[in-house]
Design a protein around this ligand. Structure first.
Ligand code: PLP
Length: 383
């Protein structure tokens, strides 16, 4: 038995992404003047055009990175430091309380250094942020707002187009971490007035170690890496041709396959949630409105079971899931996201991907039902 329900951590590579990766493994350096270098450059620029086309950007706005963490860091630090340089004052940054560490930690680090003043905006119990609450925090020196498109734990979708529009009217750029969103949501930076965006290939069928940032043309960004001046000087380093070709292929396939994936995952995640919440002590978290949650995510709170034990038992049965962060004593601590949303109980995230099948879900339901009931019956026996 082998059921993989942790696609939010890393999804299965698409066959087209594997093929593109292998095809370009022996690429020459894309900055070299010789013919082989120029051929490589053509592959990179074609990939850039395809990525740009898929998300409503211009090719010039796409910067290839090593993944979501780098894209988030580049946007947050790069835009903030550019604002500091331009104004010679301390800029104000607003982020949501549910941001991934790839946004939260650089923001806290900048605040600790005294480079910014920082405000965190809270979320509703379903994990979504409210536009009005963000706007209430805006100050004359707000240089950037960063709110994720969809949350990695709860799958809650934020009102990014509405927020970006309201901020654009005030002349404030919005950065959005779209790492979890790209697999199932229609992302378009121009339509939604998004100034900066982070994406990660391994969440939508590319290999690990590649992603991209979108940085609006007129948005000043201080580079974090200095060197050969690749990617308009914003991100120096030899182009990772095979990974870049691969992430473009995965994105192309993701966009083409999205209607099918959304329909299938909505049905499968509903089945999972319905069957599992019928068990005693199991609740579904996140938005109740289907339009406000990712079709790929089911987040549950389970009473009367220890998170670590649940994860281990499921893993031993060949069911890969994700729980809460466990501290060294074995007691589970709620993540900052669940704390912000006020969610209690042992957390379990089941995340589905483009290749999840009905059989996967049926097996997971059977095994989860047995395991949860057994652990609830034995509660206290292991601690
Ligand atoms: N942002 C979100 C919302 C994520 O879920 C993740 C990864 O889990 C990241 C950023 C980091 O992406 P990467 O693993 O590509 O660095």
């Amino acid at each position: 038995m082998n059921v993989y329900l942790d696609h939010a951590a890393s999804s299965t590579p698409r066959p087209q992404a594997r093929e593109a990766f292998l095809m370009h493994l022996d690429a020459a350096n894309g900055s070299a003047a010789h013919q082989r270098g120029q051929n490589t450059r053509a592959v990179i620029e074609e990939a850039r055009e395809q990525v740009a086309h898929a998300i409503g950007a211009t090719p010039h706005e796409v910067v290839f990175t090593s993944g979501g963490t780098e894209a988030d860091n580049l946007a947050i630090k790069g835009i903030i430091w550019a604002a500091r340089e331009a104004t010679r004052t301390t800029p104000h940054l607003i982020i949501s309380a549910t941001e991934h560490a790839a946004v939260k930690d650089p923001a806290l680090w900048l605040a600790e250094r005294g480079d910014i003043t920082l405000d965190l905006v809270g979320c509703r119990p379903d994990g979504c942020i409210e536009v009005e609450q963000v706007l209430a925090l805006v100050r004359p020196n707000t240089a950037l707002v960063s709110v994720m498109m969809a949350n990695n734990e709860l799958g809650s979708i934020n009102p990014i187009a509405e927020l970006a529009g309201a901020l654009a009217a005030r002349g404030i750029p919005l950065h959005t971490d779209a790492v979890q969103a790209i697999a199932t949501l229609d992302v378009n930076v121009a339509r939604d007035q998004i100034s900066a965006l982070a994406a990660s290939g391994h969440k939508f069928g590319a290999p690990q170690g590649v992603g991209f940032a979108v940085l609006r043309r007129d948005l000043p960004v201080v580079p974090l890496q200095h060197g050969g001046g690749q990617d308009r000087g914003v991100r120096s380093g030899t182009f990772a041709t095979a990974l870049i070709a691969s992430v473009a292929a995965a994105l192309r396939e993701t966009v083409a396959d999205r209607p099918r994936v959304n329909e299938t995952l909505t049905r499968l995640s509903d089945t999972l949630a319905q069957q599992l919440t019928a068990l005693s002590g199991v609740r579904r978290n996140g938005p109740t409105d289907e339009a406000k949650r990712l079709a790929s995510h089911v987040h549950l709170s389970i009473d009367g079971v220890a998170s670590e034990l649940l994860g281990l038992r499921l893993d031993a049965l060949g069911i890969a899931t994700s729980g809460g962060a466990a501290c060294s004593s074995g007691a589970t601590t709620a993540s900052h996201v669940l704390t912000a949303a006020g969610i209690t109980g042992t957390p379990l995230r089941l995340s589905l991907g483009w290749d999840t099948t009905d059989e996967d879900v049926d097996t997971a339901i059977t095994q989860l039902a047995t395991t949860i009931a057994a652990l609830q019956a034995n509660q206290g026996a292991w601690v």
